[in-house]
Write a protein that binds this ligand. Structure first.
Ligand code: SF4
Ligand code: SF4
Length: 226
């Protein structure tokens, strides 16, 4: 899942200050799970903004709308009516959803209500950890299912770095060394010989952003329209 956290209230207030009618648009998927931008968080922020505007004696009308996913045109279409009815939109989706919303309704000012932080997992209620950097070249088969590019503080593909102390990382001694974890996992699954594998340097020269991909089954359809 994509993990995000809501921006500080003062920052949101400053972005919306020029507008009298604001729609808060939530997303019902990742940001709802990480308690940053789902329907409930939309309601809480709307209440907070409403109270603040009353205290300041400022006129502010707030609309609320949450769709299943803001990273999907099909669901964004549901926002057409609400978006048209307001002067500005505050999106609580991840950065991808915010951009897609802004692209679809490009005559409306769209603002980010959250900071997108990482691709991660739900450790327990209210706690998430980063697990993947979407590198385009997954090595989890050789590293016991532990990502050195994400879990190692230096992102070392050929670790450890030599600074490991009693299995802890030299950069942050509270955290385990990724390569100790990889060693332990490979040993546990009887694949320790793989620790000897060395990786060639990553081809950073061939990667560009933004990335794109088309599913093989859909390639012919897109090529026909190219
Ligand atoms: S190697 Fe790590 S960063 Fe790359 S795709 Fe696999 S999990 Fe993600
Ligand atoms: S101690 Fe381990 S996790 Fe920390 S930087 Fe070195 S190899 Fe990476």
């Amino acid at each position: 899942m994509i993990v995000a956290q809501r921006k500080p209230f003062k920052e949101i207030e400053a972005m919306l200050a020029p507008y009298k009618r604001v729609l808060i648009a939530g997303c019902g998927t990742c940001v709802a799970v990480c308690l940053a931008g789902g329907e409930k968080e939309v309601g809480l922020l709307a209440a907070e903004l409403s109270i603040a505007s009353q205290i300041q004696g400022r006129s502010l009308t707030i609309g609320e709308a949450t769709v299943e996913r803001q990273c999907d045109r099909e669901f964004l279409t549901e926002l057409r009516g609400p978006v048209e009815a307001y002067d500005a939109v505050l999106s609580l989706a991840c950065g991808a959803g915010i951009q897609f919303l802004a692209e679809m309704y490009d005559s409306k000012p769209v603002f980010p209500g959250v900071d997108t932080t990482f691709i991660g997992v739900n450790e327990t209620v209210g706690s998430w950890t980063e697990r993947c950097r979407a590198c385009h070249a997954c090595v989890l088969d050789a590293t016991g299912g532990i990502c050195p590019k994400t879990i190692c503080a230096k992102g070392l593909l050929n670790g450890p770095c030599g600074g490991t102390v009693h299995g802890k990382c030299e950069v942050d001694t509270e955290k385990p060394c990724a390569w100790t974890l990889i060693h332990q996992r490979l040993e546990k699954t009887d694949r320790l010989d793989q620790i000897r594998q060395t990786f060639a340097p990553g081809r950073h020269d061939i990667r560009t952003t933004p990335a794109y991909q088309t599913h093989a089954a859909y390639k012919r359809r897109f090529e026909a329209h190219a």
